[in-house]
Design a protein around this ligand. Sequence first.
Ligand SMILES: C[S@@+](CC[C@H](N)C(=O)[O-])C[C@H]1O[C@@H](n2cnc3c(N)ncnc32)[C@H](O)[C@@H]1O
Length: 282
Amino acid sequence: MFNYWVLDLRPNTLLFYPAHFKNKFMSNNNIKNNWYQDFYTKFYFTYFHQKKDDVFQTKKEVDFICKILKLPSGAKILDLACGQGRHTLELALQNFDITGVDFNQQALGVARAKAQKNNLPIKFFPYDIRSLPFKNEFDAIICMYTSFGYFINEKENIKVLKGVAQSLKADGLFLLDLPNKYWTIHKIPRKTYRKFKNTSILESRSFDSVKKIFHNRITLTNGKNRIEKISTYLRLYDLKEIKNKLAGSGLKCLKSFGNYNIKINFETKKSPRMIVLAKKNN
Ligand SMILES: C[S@@+](CC[C@H](N)C(=O)[O-])C[C@H]1O[C@@H](n2cnc3c(N)ncnc32)[C@H](O)[C@@H]1O
């Protein structure tokens, strides 16, 4: 079906992909401000979530969350952008009073079904993370696995942080799990090609250092050569910048970690993640 393949050896790139992809994925340049609506409802849970479905990985992340937050049984936690409820369900099993919000009704449907099956009294709401209706309600809020920084207009990202501060009780804790900017720019290959069942997935990544936005152009094609082009955009922050954004929203950074392990402190050049623990300023 493919005439020839391309071997791309540019820095940060080592990749073989069918040549007919070349022009198709390069031409996807217009920023779509609400990219996350289509991406998360149509593509993410089918093509990009597999690793995160790993039960062992989720348990490791929840163990980390519990060790960091050190909350008593029954404490009220909000899982912001909870998706299919990986952390929400595990935290409910640990006897926390947990609420999950996500705008993605399909993902919430999966989460609700799992909660029902396990008899877990979790509240799920289909809210947008920019307009949380809660006031002084939670002992802690978690925002796991790169669920922040989706909005091209930075004011929208700040709305999320302000909503978090408003939703927390006095002294409430916020755990924000982000990718490390340095790692994302320097260690993640510029291009990757993989097959998932019948679909070929080519991802081409770049970083706009002025807007501080990481752009991933994704091309999906199946055996019949049908093409879907999607772009994702993620605002990347370094530690100083996210501390300032948190402070400006009423949240004080207490500590930062480089991975899902309380012994691993954040280090710019070494850490894959930048996980920040903050506390509401009273
Ligand atoms: C990378 S996934 C992470 C899901 C979950 N936290 C996990 O670790 O499995 C990001 C989630 O953010 C949700 N999301 C994206 N934009 C949103 C918005 N504006 N309001 C609410 N949820 C949003 C998506 O539906 C998706 O479930």
